[in-house]
Write a protein that binds this ligand. Structure first.
Ligand code: DC
Length: 256
């Protein structure tokens, strides 16, 4: 392994953010944001695009999950924003910015321990909706995400990356799909990862997650201003990737 490369491609998230400047994403910076509800195909599409376009991949959901895991492992009340923040800032979080394989979860480490799978557990999946509602946690993570996005050449994936984190991205995509299609995709994904959950359970979880994400006061899931909505219900992954690539190349060419 080339250690130089490894360091460059892994964002180490320090306990403190030194720079509190807000406009880390300069105007029309070379960034694509991809937001949308659970099961809309965001992760797979973002990773493929990052690899094929040679961009870094910033999985913002993995960061909310990592902080949630810290809270759970330390027995902190999930509403206790101050205690969660303090605990998170004491930890060294590392998020891999390489989109290696679209079927693999983003590699995340806490104090050097690989928690890539732990942050995908059912417990974290339930608790993360509560933790990601806390404004202080959002401010902290948005600041880190802007630092990671500095310099551009990145794809940010999440719920508010186009509306809040990088509103000046060159291309802002909002992916969506019908509820039944999203349930089907999540079921397939679960099976491939050896997780058994029946369809009704998945549907309930997705509907609940949608409701919490879309109705929270701070940074709800919304289509960003000038965002492009792509309904992926009847599209293959490849079709979605190609459509976004076309729009990205259009924007890049128009910019030059
Ligand atoms: O995309 P995901 O399932 O890994 O996201 C996990 C949770 O984090 C999800 O419930 C919504 C929240 N989240 C958020 O509030 N803002 C983001 N930018 C990304 C994720």
């Amino acid at each position: 392994m080339d250690p130089e490369k490894n360091i460059k491609n892994t964002q180490s998230i320090k306990g403190e953010t030194q720079n509190t400047q807000n406009d880390k994403c300069q105007r029309k910076v070379n960034i694509i944001t991809i937001d949308g509800p659970a099961g809309s195909g965001k992760s797979t599409v973002s990773k493929l695009l990052a690899r094929e376009l040679g961009l870094r991949y910033i999985d913002t959901g993995a960061m909310y999950r990592a902080i949630t895991l810290v809270a759970l492992e330390n027995g902190i009340d999930l509403q206790d924003e101050k205690a969660i923040l303090e605990a998170a800032k004491r930890k060294k979080l590392e998020v891999d910015l390489r989109a290696n394989d679209e079927n693999e979860y983003t590699q995340v480490k806490i104090d050097g321990r690989d928690v890539s799978l732990d942050i995908r557990s059912k417990e974290v999946g339930e608790a993360v909706s509560i933790v990601s509602r806390l404004s202080g946690i959002r401010r902290y993570l948005v600041e880190l995400q802007r630092e990671m996005a500095q310099g551009g050449n990145a794809i940010l994936e999440g719920r508010d990356t186009g509306s809040v984190v990088c509103p000046d991205a060159i291309l802002k995509i909002f992916l969506t799909a019908s509820i039944d299609e999203r349930v089907k995709r999540r079921e397939k994904q679960n099976i491939s990862k050896g997780q058994i959950m029946n369809r009704e359970e998945i549907k309930k979880e997705i509907i609940n997650r949608d409701r919490i994400d879309s109705t929270r006061e701070d940074s709800p899931l919304v289509v960003p201003e000038n965002g492009i909505v792509i309904d992926t219900t009847n599209m293959s992954i490849r079709e979605v990737v190609e459509e976004i690539k076309d729009r990205y190349l259009e924007r890049i060419n128009a910019k030059d």
